[in-house]
Design a protein. Sequence first.
Length: 135
Amino acid sequence: MQNSNAGPTILRLALGIMWISHALLKLWVFTLPGTARFFEGVGLPGWLAYPVFAAELLGGLAMVMGVYARQVALLLLPILLAATCVHVPNGWVFTSQGGGWEYPAFLCVASIVQWLMGDGRAVIVRSGLFVAEEA
């Protein structure tokens, strides 16, 4: 089988689209003030909803475009870790009332894999932080 960067590319696009969709969900469905109230309800500062929204949207766009995707995956990891912690009391399955923690935990792993594997193909700016030579 031929060595290919298709895997990292597909993962990068999927993660980028996921981040964009979650940002737009906060904006269009829950609204940013509603998201702020949710954050407060789980013990986080409400104002944090606004930079989280910006990080999700800009990070997702950067990943889709291939701009320092490895670093973006790593920089967004704290948001996923916080989301995992927030959902732990709801149980494992994300379909549980309030959402479980398996989906954000999986996205944590996928983000780490993206960081380890590299940017893939069709990138604007290839990142080089802790990267081995890519084929």
